[in-house]
Ligand binder design. Structure first.
Ligand SMILES: O=c1[nH]c(=O)c2[nH]c(=O)[nH]c2[nH]1
Length: 306
């Protein structure tokens, strides 16, 4: 309580950029990660707010330095999840006044180059979608762990439609069983582990799980290579994607998906003199990214199924 008010607060350092290289000349080449780290501490430092007394404040500058120091300490390659857990556990145990630490990291998709058909020992190129993680660790060891994907751009040229929606005096959109479907998926899934003692010992299990979840999401979005799968709406496709992930991976408790509907608008151009200059035949579109539909949902397991 502060002077009759309730104050909820946290403080931290955002967007700390760090890159870690592990030199492995004998086995598979160098490894590199590039991380954008945000740290927030929940700490007992009310006097800093109410009376300018900073004696309990961990400087955000020290948090930034800790990110580099802990990266240095990682003598073996670690996944982004494990690094976030290391940081969150450190901050929540090292400082008596810190009750919980929240660490968010976005990993840049540096991928090993293949040159002349062979993996390069120290050359990388940037991929597209990003691997994210969010960890909260409490002093008692309780933990919440989520992983995610940002900027996963997916598009299919057919097998998508939108029909039988509400029609009223504002409705112009025609019904269709033939349209493009394009989106940029942002997703985050929460693991069932809720204590540090439950974290699996395999340091790369989260990296593997990230790849597998991405694969399940993509396969569900597209369907089989030759035939695809018909999508009656972004909503239905989103639900099937989320359900496929929960059905496949028992250690995932819930998944959130945000899928903007990036419209590809049919092009029809005509004038009195030239009534069929461009007549749309599912071929020429104006790609747009705004305005766009925004469809998002979280799918969780209900207690009865657990
Ligand atoms: O898949 C869709 N869902 C919607 O909710 C919607 N709304 C809209 O105009 N087009 C679409 N498409």
């Amino acid at each position: 309580m502060a002077e009759g008010f309730k104050l909820d607060q946290k403080h931290g350092k955002s967007r700390v950029r760090v890159s870690r290289v592990w030199r492995q000349p004998l086995s598979g080449g160098d490894a590199i990660v590039e991380w954008n780290v945000s740290v927030s501490l929940f700490s007992d430092c009310l006097p800093a707010y109410t009376s300018g007394d900073n004696s309990a404040i961990v400087a955000t500058d020290s948090m930034k330095n800790t990110v580099y120091a802990k990266a240095k300490e990682c003598s073996e390659v670690v996944s982004v999840e494990v690094f976030a857990i290391i940081l969150a556990r450190h901050f929540s145990s090292f400082y008596p006044q810190v009750s919980a630490a929240e660490v968010k990291i976005v990993e840049k998709p540096w991928e090993r180059m293949v040159v002349s058909g062979r993996p390069h020992s120290h050359g990388f190129k940037l991929g597209s979608e990003m691997h994210t993680t969010e960890v909260t660790a409490k002093k008692c060891g309780a933990l919440s762990l989520a992983s995610g994907i940002q900027q996963l751009s997916l598009l299919k040229t057919t097998m998508s439609g939108f029909e039988e929606f509400v029609r009223d005096k504002y409705t112009l959109l025609p019904e269709t069983r033939e349209r493009m479907m394009a989106t940029e998926v942002t997703t985050s899934w929460r693991y069932t582990y809720d204590h540090v003692s439950q974290i699996p010992p395999d340091p790369f299990c989260f990296t593997e799980r990230y790849k597998d979840v991405k694969k399940v999401l993509e396969e569900t979005f597209f369907g089989p290579p030759d035939t695809g799968v018909y999508s009656p709406s972004v909503q239905n496709t989103l639900y099937l994607m989320a359900k496929a992930v929960l059905n496949r991976f028992q250690d995932i408790a819930s998944i959130h998906l945000r899928m903007p509907n990036l419209h590809f608008l049919p092009v029809n151009l005509s004038s009195k003199e030239n009534p069929t200059m461009v007549k749309f035949d599912n071929d020429v579109y104006v790609p747009t990214d705004e305005p766009h539909g925004t469809i998002e949902a979280t799918l969780s397991r209900t207690m009865s199924k657990m």
